[in-house]
Design a protein around this ligand. Structure first.
Ligand code: HSE
Length: 299
């Protein structure tokens, strides 16, 4: 049976944006906004303190996503703490397509590993990523939350893969966050079972172009971020977001729906490009860098 380290451990996990237009369920980017989680082993019971985003909504029991993820990692290490104290300081908005659930999962499994003495030897990084992807069910947010930067991820047979790719330092982002959430399962329910071959072919070309555009040809980002598979299909659940995407793109700005929405992400090729004036009334707007680090332990 595993033993535990003394005192609290702390991790921080970045927000992430998945899809990025044509990279449905495979492309994801870490962004410079971080949730911070702290946990320690106690003599008994479970105590959860949450401040910030979602504090009024998330459960304070075993169903809390960070706790569920910690339990899965403890089980994988044959570790069973007598009790747990968890503190979450949430900055990533919930239900907006910025990876809050992946941050909770990646944070939870990383906290658990850091609490177990010699945890790195029991669960290496690849195993921890695979565990997090199993819990989430798709890897496009989990992978950049774990590894940082721009990551191409997916599944081959029974195995998840995640491959980091380069991002030109000129590329930055602005995110526009509506005041109300859209559930990912609602957004996924709007997708068709079948797409025309011509759309699939066009989408593949744009996804390939996007990897090159992000790597060093940002002048192609507008063309590269054109999606054929999910954004228009989800318009009924987020009409104002699609309207903003269309308006920005008409002005030459590479805008996409972030993840399953309803946040809109616009790429900028020079930091500080002032797009904040484009935010609809009542929406939050943040200029965010690409975050090169994923989950950090001890920060
Ligand atoms: N790629 C997912 C979707 C969301 O668009 O439904 C992020 O995992």
């Amino acid at each position: 049976m595993a033993t535990f380290v003394n005192g609290p451990v702390r991790v921080s996990v970045p927000a992430t944006s998945a899809n990025l237009g044509p990279g449905f369920d495979s492309l994801g980017l870490a962004l410079s906004l971080r949730d911070t989680l702290e946990a320690e082993v106690t003599d008994g019971g479970l105590r959860i303190e949450v401040t910030g985003a979602g504090a009024d909504d998330v459960p304070r029991d075993e169903t809390h996503l960070v706790v569920r993820s910690m339990r899965a990692a403890f089980a994988a290490m044959d570790a069973e703490p007598a009790g747990l104290l968890l503190r979450c300081t949430n900055v990533i908005p919930h239900g907006r397509g910025l990876g809050s659930s992946s941050a909770a999962i990646v944070g939870g499994v990383s906290l658990a590993r850091a609490l177990v003495a010699g945890g790195q030897l029991l669960l290496d990084d690849d195993a921890l990523f695979r565990l997090a992807a199993d819990i989430e069910g798709h890897p496009d947010n989990v992978a950049p939350a774990f590894y940082g930067g721009f990551v191409i991820s997916g599944r081959e047979g029974d195995e998840w893969y995640a491959v980091a790719a380069g991002v030109d330092p000129r590329v930055s982002t602005v995110v526009f966050v509506p005041s109300t959430p859209v559930e990912t399962k609602v957004a996924r329910g709007l997708l068709p079972d079948v797409v025309p071959h011509a759309d699939a072919a066009a989408n593949s070309g744009r996804a390939a172009l996007l990897v090159a555009a992000l790597a060093g040809r940002p002048e192609h980002l507008l063309t590269a971020t054109r999606d054929y598979l999910h954004q228009e299909q989800r318009e009924p659940a987020m009409p104002a977001s699609l309207e903003l995407v269309h308006g920005l793109r008409a002005d030459g700005i590479a805008a996409v729906i972030s993840g399953a929405g309803p946040t809109v992400l616009a790429f900028t090729d020079s930091y500080g490009a002032d797009l904040t004036t484009r935010a609809p009334r009542g929406w939050a707007c943040h200029a965010l860098d690409i975050e090169s680090s994923g989950v950090l332990v001890g920060d």
